[in-house]
Write a protein that binds this ligand. Structure first.
Ligand code: ZN
Length: 174
């Protein structure tokens, strides 16, 4: 059974107990994330679970998904985007070495104080944001400016390709 997401939590104790939490976190509670958005309506469906790995390492993992409105960097009008992050954080007691933990493993330093769980989830949501968001040229209010290459130099070249754009370069038959 999942419980509602608490504001603060003892991370290590939650890992020992194997706690699971689930709930909605409204965007208007996430001040730092809101700073990047074009409005704070909506919320994220959040699931978090705690446990101990095989080698007795405590962890927290979970997911958060929802829709956000993010300003287009060309016309500044909002773009509605699905935003989903998956995370796993290894819990490291403060004072303990993080050496020996591979670089691709995310860690969180645990102090004796209860941790602000929603802040941790908010950090993951911010880390998952795209740095530059733009409308497709045909949907963008500022698309007229694109005709003048000098006004928007290389703007398309800076754009990260979406997963389907990458996939289309592969020949599925081969
Ligand atoms: Zn736009």
């Amino acid at each position: 059974m999942s419980e509602a997401i608490p504001e603060y939590i003892d991370l290590i104790q939650a890992a020992r107990k194997g706690c699971e939490f689930q709930g909605i976190i409204n965007v208007d509670r996430l001040q730092r994330l809101s700073h990047y958005l074009a409005g704070n309506e909506g919320g994220f469906d959040v699931k978090v679970s705690f446990g101990m790995d095989d080698d007795n390492t405590p962890y927290m993992k979970g997911s958060a998904s929802g829709q956000i409105r993010i300003p287009c960097q060309r016309c500044m009008e909002p773009i509605l985007r699905d935003h989903e992050v998956l995370f796993k954080l290894v819990l490291v007691a403060s004072g303990h070495q993080t050496e020996g933990i591979p670089d691709d493993i995310d860690t969180i330093i645990v102090t004796g104080e209860p941790a602000a769980l929603i802040n941790i989830i908010e950090d993951e949501l911010i880390l998952g944001l795209s740095i530059v968001e733009m409308h497709k040229p045909e949907e963008c209010n500022a698309s007229g400016f694109l005709l003048d290459k000098r006004a928007v130099p290389d703007s398309e070249a800076d754009r990260k390709p979406g997963p389907f754009e990458v996939l289309k370069d592969f020949n599925i038959d081969s």
